[in-house]
Design a protein around this ligand. Structure first.
Ligand SMILES: [Mn+2]
Length: 456
């Protein structure tokens, strides 16, 4: 039988250690207000390693000194009454077959069964910051200590597991890439529709709602993160999610929004004129950010790191800021002093995947043991998002540029053919954007493939 990618991922993880057990918990339902919960969101590591969508579960992957591997899952037991309220559960009996697990247990037996699973294991790998899991592990080790026969092993070394697990998530497989491409496609539809809908008087909320609707089409699971729909000066608030102001004639609209497919995120930002025409001043500034993004992309090569790309991005923005008379230092001085951070305070890119800021390390130990930036490799996915944010009252800024925030963000996949821009179809050149702003929303929806449900 063919091995699922989940089983392969588990094997790849266990290959990283000589001996030990990884404990990987699912998420829990989170209380929202009386008798209601937030929509359930699976833990990304749990999803990555077992692909099971239920709450209150724990995956335990064991590797013994003799190389023997066993896979254990604690999960919610069948319970007709609870299932009537909260939905079907897979249950213990079916879990082994459906999830390719060796042993499944009702999660109410954790205290009794976890010591049995971990007996004889020496090294434990888990997320130190998960308080509840840490407590369960402590309890389990105490139980084992009490039961200990004179020479039996019990866990005695703890290892924070996040970097080891996150390192595997850096290289995307074909299934992951497919999900990310589907998400990118839905983001394309959303951003084009937003450009078409935008006009003076339209509310940010209407655009936000349209994005959410379009991101939920077909395989879409809605927005991968809270969309930022920021008209005018709202673009200066980097995580603006109020999205409730009317758009103003002559302003720009910055939208940072991406669809999610099979829990994989896309992360896209476009900035465009509310009324469909860039002013000359807006054009000039927009072109600076766009040219910087192109410069950044020219450094996306196997062997370079995200921080190499960030440095070149900063230098490119700094040169433009010097040319505009905003910074009065040399480029090297500005890079050193960080004076540009007032206008470009964030990084140029982050890993992208199950989490919009994918939980993978940025540094690794080099040959000398010193930490170094992780170099780009085929299969890695990340964003490229230069921007400039000019405060309203900053007298160093030319008057016509004050109060403007611009960011342009695309999703990049490293391939054997260089950097592939997964979101390149979304209008970005000034001319393309103005055209997209003048499209009719119903024509955009009608041309969509897949066709939005409302058009069917
Ligand atoms: Mn981003």
């Amino acid at each position: 039988m063919e091995m699922t990618s989940y089983k392969m991922r588990q094997n790849n993880l266990l290959e990283k250690i000589e001996e030990g057990a990884f404990l990987i918990p699912s998420n829990k339902l989170m209380h929202k207000s009386n008798d209601t919960e937030f929509p359930f969101r699976q833990n990304s590591f749990f999803k990555y390693f077992v692909g099971f969508e239920e709450a209150d579960s724990l995956l335990v992957l064991c590797k013994r000194r003799n190389g023997e591997i066993s896979r254990h899952l604690f999960l919610q037991g069948k319970n007709p009454e609870m299932e009537m309220w909260m939905g079907k559960r897979m249950g213990v009996e079916k879990a082994c077959e459906l999830l390719e697990i060796d042993f499944a247990y009702d999660n109410t037996t954790l205290e009794e069964n976890l010591p049995k699973v971990l007996g004889g294991i020496e090294n434990l790998y888990f997320d130190f910051f998960n308080k509840e899991l840490s407590e369960s592990i402590q309890k389990c080790v105490q139980t084992l200590s009490r039961q200990r026969k004179s020479k039996a092993h019990k866990p005695h070394s703890w290892h924070h597991s996040i970097d080891l697990m996150g390192r595997l998530r850096l290289i995307k497989d074909q299934n992951e890439i497919l999900a990310m491409k589907k998400a990118a496609k839905l983001s394309d539809i959303g951003h084009r529709a937003a450009m078409a809908l935008s006009a003076p008087g339209v509310n940010e909320k209407e655009i936000n709602d349209l994005l959410t609707y379009l991101f939920s089409q077909e395989a879409g699971e809605g927005a991968a993160y809270d969309s930022i729909v920021a008209g005018g000066e709202n673009a200066l608030i980097l995580h603006y999610i109020n999205n409730n102001q009317a758009l103003i004639d002559g302003d720009l609209l910055l939208i940072d929004a991406g669809a999610q497919v099979n829990t994989y995120a896309s992360d896209v930002t476009r900035t465009f004129p509310v009324n469909g025409y860039f002013s000359e001043a807006q054009k000039e500034l927009y072109q600076i950010v766009l040219d910087t993004q192109k410069t950044a992309m020219s450094f996306m090569k196997v062997g370079n790191s995200l921080s190499d790309i960030h440095k070149e991005t900063c230098l490119s923005l700094i040169r433009s800021l010097i040319e505009a008379g905003i910074l009065k230092e040399s480029a090297e001085e500005a890079l050193e002093s960080g004076s540009y951070r007032k206008y470009y305070p964030h990084g140029t890119g982050h890993w992208l995947g199950l989490d919009v800021h994918d939980e993978s390390p940025y540094l690794q130990k080099g040959n000398t043991g010193k930490l170094q930036d992780i170099p780009l490799e085929e299969g890695m996915a990340f964003t490229c998002e230069p921007g400039l944010y000019f405060p309203k009252n900053d007298e160093a800024i030319p008057t016509q540029w004050r109060g403007i925030g611009i960011r342009i963000e695309d999703d990049i996949l490293m391939t054997n053919n260089g950097a592939l821009n997964l979101t390149s179809s979304i209008p970005k050149e000034i001319k393309e954007i103005e055209e997209a702003c003048h499209a009719e929303i119903k024509d955009i929806l009608a041309k969509c493939d897949p066709l939005p449900l409302i058009c069917k």
